[in-house]
Design a protein around this ligand. Structure first.
Ligand SMILES: [Ca+2]
Ligand SMILES: [Ca+2]
Length: 488
């Protein structure tokens, strides 16, 4: 009888334990895998106590001493080449709230997932292409409560940032040894069947419904329609350019300027002068000449007749022998002078046709962070009120200066949510909004061009995985209406 009571008590205790909520913690502080198994592929040293990053020596933000990393080789050197899958023991999930630390790659095939025994992945988390682990909180959907679940660590990627790190998973539930054994014995391989995310498509994003068509130069030279279709395209990387009133397209390539008809016929061509190295400007003037700037041993601004004769030749003063950094998009003013941005001179200079400099607008102003902010002027867009809009590449901002060179408006990455990534060309729209091309945005799903209001609200973004960096833009229409004047 006494034995029977003890057995009954033991059964009751087991029932109570089974029903009670406990913490499921995978922090690896016992110095072992806590029942995790590498179920596919191979990781030489998944459990690691590495203290700092391999290259930059920063802290991993790990919890305690041990964590899991698919980056580590047995000799403690790093390699993204390993691929595989590791899975945790099975546990019953009793509370929706969970937290974990995750770092490493942000690929579709580097992630941690919460899975059910039917192999479905319900919640996933990846790194940010960064070493420090970040804290992730998950909230499970109701139907998962009381279900048997497990964690899956996936590294299907052998390229850059092809690894994942993981630590300190915390949940409320109960480990289930029998279910774990059954799962490990019966699981099916999945490493070679990770679904690829849909390829990103060209898109224009605007809460207020803005759609633009535009010419874009850079790694691509194309006219994009309001529905993102390619209306016109020519091969080769380009610098400056514009769409002319007759529909032809004038493009400055590295060492030649060409005017194309829409069916690709070249109707004007100017090749760079001997001894110079780059061309950075191509604008058709009201007098039907073409304004061009040349960079190199003899930096100059020229007006070229339709037949190729050089009618005006202005020596530029870029204050550097670094040809590539001498100047970008120069423009002619209604008063007949020229406005020329000089990157390393930290200045936009206004030249008379006789070469005399009559005004200098500085971009290394203390208001803008001084010389150390590296505000290299890339555009010089004179507005009707006499102000000048200057995109500052490298310094990642846009500034509007008044006629005396004082800052009257500035937009930075604090305003634009980080979208300035070496802004190059741009355009001030008739409604006062400004459009920027971010040259250094190379991600397929990154924002290549964006528009902000005078109040510095981003109201339009253009993403296009078909090309990488952009250089200059000419907005042609907005919601079907032509954009004039083209202040750019
Ligand atoms: Ca740990
Ligand atoms: Ca890998």
């Amino acid at each position: 009888m006494k034995n029977a009571c003890l057995i009954l008590l033991a059964i009751c205790q087991t029932l109570v334990l089974t029903a009670s909520a406990e913490n499921v913690i995978f922090d690896f502080e016992s110095g072992d895998m806590q029942g995790w198994k590498i179920v596919e592929g191979k990781f030489e040293k998944l459990l690691t106590d590495r203290a700092e990053f391999h290259h930059k020596q920063g802290p991993y933000n790990k919890e305690g001493k041990y964590f899991l990393s698919t980056l580590e080789l047995a000799d403690n050197s790093p390699s993204d080449k390993a691929t595989g899958v590791a899975e945790s023991p099975v546990f019953r999930l009793d509370n929706a709230e969970m937290s974990l630390l995750v770092g490493g790659g942000r690929h579709h095939d580097t992630y941690v997932a919460l899975c059910t025994l039917d192999d479905k992945q319900h919640l996933t988390a990846s790194g940010d292409d960064a070493q420090p682990m970040k804290k992730i909180t998950w909230k499970a959907p109701k139907e998962l409560l009381g279900q048997k679940v497990f964690l899956r660590l996936v590294d299907g990627n052998a390229g850059g940032w092809g690894h994942i790190t993981f630590d300190n998973f915390q949940a409320v539930g109960q480990l289930d040894e029998a279910a774990s054994e059954a799962h490990f014995a019966s699981r099916k391989p999945m490493l070679n069947d990770i679904p690829k995310p849909p390829a990103p498509e060209a898109s224009q994003i605007s809460k207020t419904g803005i759609r633009h068509s535009f010419l874009i130069t850079g790694a691509w030279t194309a006219i994009i329609g309001e529905d993102n279709e390619i209306i016109w395209r020519t091969p080769g990387g380009s610098r400056d350019g514009c769409v002319l009133e007759n529909g032809n397209v004038l493009i400055a390539f590295g060492n030649v300027v060409k005017e194309f008809t829409r069916d690709g016929k070249v109707v004007f061509e100017y090749k760079i002068g001997k001894g110079n190295r780059e061309i950075s400007t191509a604008i058709r003037l009201a007098n039907n000449r073409t304004l061009i700037t040349e960079l190199g041993n003899s930096p100059r601004l020229i007006e070229v007749e339709a037949g190729g004769t050089i009618a005006v030749d202005v020596v530029l003063e870029p204050e550097t022998n670094n040809a590539h950094m001498q100047t970008r998009m120069a423009r002619k003013l209604p008063n007949g002078n020229y406005l020329v941005p000089h990157l390393l001179a930290f200045a936009v200079k206004e030249y008379q046709p006789d070469g005399k400099i009559v005004k200098v607008l500085k971009t290394d102003l203390e208001d803008l962070g001084g010389r150390k902010a590296e505000n290299w002027p890339f555009t010089a867009i004179r507005l009707e009120n006499g102000n000048t809009v200057i995109n500052l590449t490298h310094g990642n901002k846009c500034v509007e200066l008044d006629a005396d060179g004082k800052v009257v408006w500035v937009a930075t990455n604090a305003d634009a949510g980080g979208l300035f990534k070496d802004p190059c060309g741009g355009q001030r729209l008739p409604n006062g909004n400004t459009v920027f091309v971010s040259h250094a945005e190379g991600r397929p799903d990154g924002t290549k061009v964006f528009e902000i209001t005078r109040d510095k609200e981003v109201v339009w973004e253009y993403k296009d995985p078909r090309y990488q960096s952009g250089h200059e833009i000419h907005i042609l229409t907005t919601n079907g209406e032509p954009v004039t004047p083209a202040l750019r």
